[in-house]
Ligand binder design. Sequence first.
Ligand code: ADP
Ligand code: MG
Length: 340
Amino acid sequence: MPGEFDLITTFFKRPSPRGDVVLGVGDDAAVLRVPPGQELLVSIDTLVAGVHFFPDADPRALGYKALAVNLSDMAAMGAEPAWATLALTLPAVDTGWLARFCEGFDALAGAYGVALIGGNTTRGPLSITVQIHGFARADLVFRRDAAKAGDLIYVTGTLGDAGLALALLQSDADGCAEAHRAFLMERLYRPSVRVREALGLRGLVHAAIDLSDGLYADLGHVLAASGVGATLRLADLPLSEAFRVCAQAPSVTSALQVDDAALARAELALSAGDDYELCFTVEPGRAAAVEAVLREFGCRYARVGLIEAEPGLRCVLEDGTPYRPRRGGYDHFATASSIP
Ligand code: ADP
Ligand code: MG
């Protein structure tokens, strides 16, 4: 059976695709060169078996997702991702599993020019931690505290797909066509990575955040940090076809305890986590430029509301009637439920 160091050599030591890696995997620390005039941005995310994924999940999808959620944090800052470290805790040495994990990780790392520059490998309950490092000019960073009253609120992609996929897995609900189900599962296991779009939006947006805990909660973080409020128009939340159809499953709607189907969909789209789309705010004069960038990348987008001076997050129905959502976003310490 291969030892720790054989594993590292086989799976993690590789030539760096980047000139700014002076020393990568193999020494006590990596040596890296930050480009002049740029700041270093660092973010870390852990995926724990049984909490963030089913222990028997496809390792390719896990490798992909572990990096994707980190790339999403770079996108949310308007930063260019560069280097990643990987801390893996594995219950046993399973070289087939590791090979597939690396396949998923490397496919995404390669697509974004990210170098794996170090990590840690230990034995224990399965958990995957990736730390990402990227660059941005300080004056171009998208900060949560930069939303201004009068800004338009945008989201990329569609909302709620990943959350619905999880709900379907947890309830074994059916009544959802195979193609729709496959689309939703893909959204859960291979979330969108909006790095290119974010880099295209540099200088055009005020505040941004990536949607890991649901729009309601994540936009709430932007509002709190910026000292402003907002109104969201529920009818404008962008929903995929698969979501529209499959969110009707009784096991999904009954858990929401909302009778009206459209409202149930809006509730789920607002509160479901794991979408990793971007939410950002834009002053109206820049809306046309922002939309041109997103169209150029073939990125679906929707204007979903308005930043206002009055604190708080308000939701309105199509006819302007206020609506108070039943559920907030996902909070690991407030919610008892997790993947079994
Ligand atoms: P140390 O004991 O000095 O902390 P390790 O023995 O843990 O170093 O790791 C040896 C080298 O392999 C280091 O350069 C480390 O960054 C790298 N490494 C270990 N595990 C991983 C991993 N899962 N992914 C990438 N690099 C790794
Ligand atoms: Mg050491």
